[in-house]
Design a protein around this ligand. Structure first.
Ligand code: ZN
Ligand code: ZN
Length: 100
């Protein structure tokens, strides 16, 4: 791996050198997770070989399936006007006058 110049964060550096290369087509990715996503979507027939999960996300409203969660989320938002998951639980506003 190339040396990281001073002043460049390791995250930024990985985005520049993209050290995780796809073993099938050679495309570089900054992180292993990105590479796995790439394999699942571009080379699903080889995914098992590299222990990459290709479990597809199914839209519970119309049954369309997507290889990537973010694609399903986008579909849900655009076509059905909703989010499948609420990532952040609603939290009471701080300083709302309820002194303890
Ligand atoms: Zn590839
Ligand atoms: Zn749908």
């Amino acid at each position: 791996m190339e040396d990281r110049p001073p002043g460049v964060s390791s995250r930024k550096w990985r985005y520049q050198i993209r050290p995780e290369r796809c073993p099938i087509c050679g495309k570089g990715h900054p992180f292993k997770a990105e590479l796995n996503k790439h394999i699942a979507s571009r080379h699903p027939e080889r995914a098992a070989e590299y222990k990459v999960s290709t479990a597809r996300r199914i839209c519970e409203w119309c049954g369309r399936s997507y290889a990537r969660k973010d694609h399903l989320t986008r579909h849900l938002t655009r076509k059905h006007g909703r989010q499948k998951t609420r990532t952040r639980p609603a939290r009471a506003a701080r300083g709302g006058g309820f002194a303890r």
